[in-house]
Design a protein around this ligand. Structure first.
Ligand SMILES: [Zn+2]
Length: 90
């Protein structure tokens, strides 16, 4: 999943009135009912978000995404370094 270049990533985005492009998170809270909000905690009005490879421009969203990616990377590195799987595979 992480081998896909960041440039080619299709993201869930929202453009707010001040023209900033935010990164969205969403959750289906009921059948057919999906709640969308941005990483910087703005509520996204229904049907206002879109999927695109565009780069988000909101500094708070991008900082949060970077922190999350760093955490995943660290966690994966930790798992790998503490894993004996590679030695058990024949
Ligand atoms: Zn944002």
């Amino acid at each position: 999943m992480w081998c896909i270049g960041r440039d080619a990533m299709i993201r869930h985005l929202y453009q707010s009135k001040d023209s900033l492009i935010h990164l969205c998170e969403s959750a289906e809270i009921d059948e057919g009912l999906r709640l969308v909000w941005t990483k910087c905690d703005i509520d996204v009005p229904e049907n206002s978000s879109f999927m695109s490879t565009e780069e988000p421009t909101c500094p708070r969203c991008t900082a949060k995404e970077k922190a999350e990616l760093d955490q995943v990377e660290k966690a994966m590195k930790h798992v790998f370094e503490n894993s004996e799987i590679k030695e058990k595979v024949p």
